[in-house]
Design a protein around this ligand. Structure first.
Ligand SMILES: Nc1ncnc2c1ncn2[C@@H]1O[C@H](COP(=O)(O)OP(=O)(O)O)[C@@H](O)[C@H]1O
Ligand SMILES: [Mg+2]
Length: 154
């Protein structure tokens, strides 16, 4: 398993990571954002959605659970979900997640609450942690991502 550890010293670094990921995204991808409350999952999701062209405010999906973005407001169809409030992973299907995902990118906060997506080849798993004043991102790409990791600083 390939693993990259990135230091995100401030919110601008988190936004830059989001822009890099956004440039590489294709329909069918999952960006699975793990880590505790306040660690920056929504911040990173907002950066990705903004870099895909969305000019509006991106609400946290913590209440609605699923927010949908469609072209032309974004470069490609996208579902932003926050599974924190799911009582059981099967609820993700009951909400129609599979239909929303068809042809779209999924950005998932609390992915493990929906059963997890790391088994999908197109899943980019990112665990965020606090580190000093900033954050650390542990990035684990599924095999579909291996040829498009150019946004990883080296
Ligand atoms: N790299 C970073 N360094 C320091 N603070 C950050 C960084 N990235 C995000 N933040 C801050 O951390 C908080 C994260 O909130 P949020 O994105 O809502 O977290 P989550 O969705 O994980 O609960 C925000 O106040 C944001 O400004
Ligand atoms: Mg959040």
């Amino acid at each position: 398993m390939i693993r990259h550890s990135l230091t995100l010293k401030d919110e601008a670094a988190t936004r830059a990571l989001g822009a890099g990921i956004a440039a590489a995204l294709r329909p069918g991808d999952v960006v699975a954002l793990s880590g505790g409350l306040g660690v920056g999952k929504t911040t990173l999701a907002r950066a990705i959605i903004a870099a895909l062209g969305y000019a509006g405010e991106v609400p946290s999906p913590s209440f609605a659970i699923i927010e949908v973005y469609d072209p032309p407001a974004v470069r490609l169809p996208l579902v932003h979900a926050d599974f924190y409030r799911l009582a059981h992973p099967a609820e993700a299907e009951e909400l129609g997640l599979d239909d929303y995902r068809d042809g779209a990118v999924l950005i998932a906060e609390w992915p493990e609450q929906a059963g997890g997506f790391a088994q999908e080849a197109a899943c980019l798993s990112i665990l965020l942690e606090t580190a000093d004043e900033g954050r650390r991102a542990i990035v684990e790409p599924g095999v579909d991502w291996l040829g498009r990791m150019v946004w990883i600083p080296r």
